[in-house]
Design a protein. Structure first.
Length: 204
């Protein structure tokens, strides 16, 4: 999902994207890199054959995406068939910025994934996050203010503080403080975990 009021090309201004397909015997089990490339073009992004500022690794699993681009200085977006809780944990520790399931992929979601990877905003499948947090102790859902609900919903869509501030007609400082309050109320360590907790409690 692109930022409200922003065209795909504007959201990707200055971003160079390269697509890296799975290699070797695993290539036939991975989502088609050609399909991803076509979707990028449909979203207004022309992939580059050289180095990019965002690398889209197209693989069967998120673990393979991390292994495919070890030590990459690019911002990594993984497009995978499956995302296991263990794979998600390892990918986040390895610095993967965004993860998309190939079965859910649309040009708009791919554009949003590139945007998230570029800006460092977490974008991962909710179901994988919920599985990752499945062993957590259940507690009552926290009570949120209308402002916190609005910010949380926009966070869940992958938007950064600047876009949230423009959408809600408030200052980035207000958004930053609201996100800080949300982390405390949801007992989350980062934005991705906050969204996962919100999904578990049906807050969004």
């Amino acid at each position: 999902m692109t930022a409200p009021g922003a065209a795909p090309a504007e959201a990707a201004a200055g971003v160079r994207v390269r697509v890296v397909p799975a290699a070797g015997a695993r290539a036939h089990t991975a989502p088609a890199a050609g399909r991803v490339t076509a979707m990028l073009r449909q979203a207004g992004i022309e992939p580059t054959a050289g180095a990019g500022t965002v690398t889209v690794a197209v693989t069967a699993t998120v673990e393979e995406a991390v292994a495919l681009c070890p030590g990459s200085e690019d911002r990594l977006l993984a497009v995978c068939d499956t995302v296991s809780p263990a794979g998600l944990r390892g990918a986040l520790r390895a610095g993967v910025r965004a993860i998309l399931r190939s079965s859910d992929l649309t040009p708009a979601q791919l554009m949003a994934g590139v945007h998230s990877a570029w800006h460092g905003d977490s974008r991962v499948p909710y179901s994988a996050l919920v599985q990752l947090l499945g062993g957590a102790t259940a507690t009552e859902a926290p009570q949120l203010t209308p402002r916190q609900h609005s910010v949380l919903a926009l966070m869940a869509e992958g938007h950064g503080n600047a876009v949230i501030a423009r959408t809600l007609s408030c200052s980035p400082h207000t958004v930053k403080n609201t996100v800080y309050e949300l982390m405390g109320r949801l007992q989350a360590r980062n934005r991705a975990q906050a969204v996962a907790c919100a999904v578990r409690w049906s807050l969004i």
